[in-house]
Write a protein that binds this ligand. Sequence first.
Ligand code: NAD
Length: 259
Amino acid sequence: MNVNGVAAVVTGAASGLGEATARELARRGAKVAIFDRDQARGEKVAAEIGGTFCEVDVTSDEKVATAFAKARETHGQERVLVNCAGVANAAKTVGRDKETKAAKGYPMQQFELAIQINLIGSFRCIANSALGMVDLDPLEDGEKGVIINTASVAAEDGQIGQAAYSASKGGVLAMTLPIARDLMNEGVRVNTILPGVFKTPMVGMMPQNVQDALGAQVPFPKRLGEAEEYARLALFLIENVYMNAASVRLDGGIRMAPR
Ligand SMILES: NC(=O)c1ccc[n+]([C@@H]2O[C@H](COP(=O)([O-])OP(=O)(O)OC[C@H]3O[C@@H](n4cnc5c(N)ncnc54)[C@H](O)[C@@H]3O)[C@@H](O)[C@H]2O)c1
């Protein structure tokens, strides 16, 4: 799909991978709606790229429906959805108290939050978006829309403490094929990117020595990924009509070790 003049929605676009994708889409002439719960940053990005900010929490049916309504009122029905909204958290299945060393149970609300935002939140946006896409006029090859999701290499090689995060991203990976099959007669494609370790605010929270160590583990090139590299893959998956039901690792060849 040629994105020039096309309406696009990018979730999590106030920061990191989503922001870079929103900027790349706008540079190529798309009308971009920034979906994020961070209003200040979202409005700033939207103003810089001539897009629209729609405040949203992807865990809420009502807020997601309101955000899509606002985006469509401004730009028309989107043909492109890129799901980047997500959170990372870490806790071991059985932890140890730092001081007493006593075993402690798993904080279940963390597990639920990762599933609610990363997995169900992505699906909520997909279902809303696809419902509108199927009524669009078909383009070349009968194509009506394209959806890109963001899983993680943690869907395949989750590390210590990543049970919740890996489960949420494994769900995104696993649902890619059935959703693409659900939509195959509607002209809507679905692809998922599995990023390795990227230099974004999510990873920037880690101490510099941890970031450096992660970069050194990448076979080639020996560094963290740049958000623009993610954006270029997202654009490729949008533009190439033969890419469907694909899950693509973008990771410099890294296979994550246990820790
Ligand atoms: N950075 C990496 O190394 C990396 C690696 C693998 C996967 N990912 C995935 O890529 C996606 C983007 O990550 P990033 O590194 O750009 O992170 P980021 O923290 O820079 O950006 C995430 C954005 O999502 C938004 N968001 C979070 N929860 C939300 C909610 N409930 N509703 C609406 N918006 C919400 C945040 O406000 C933020 O703007 C995430 O799904 C993340 O899990 C990142």
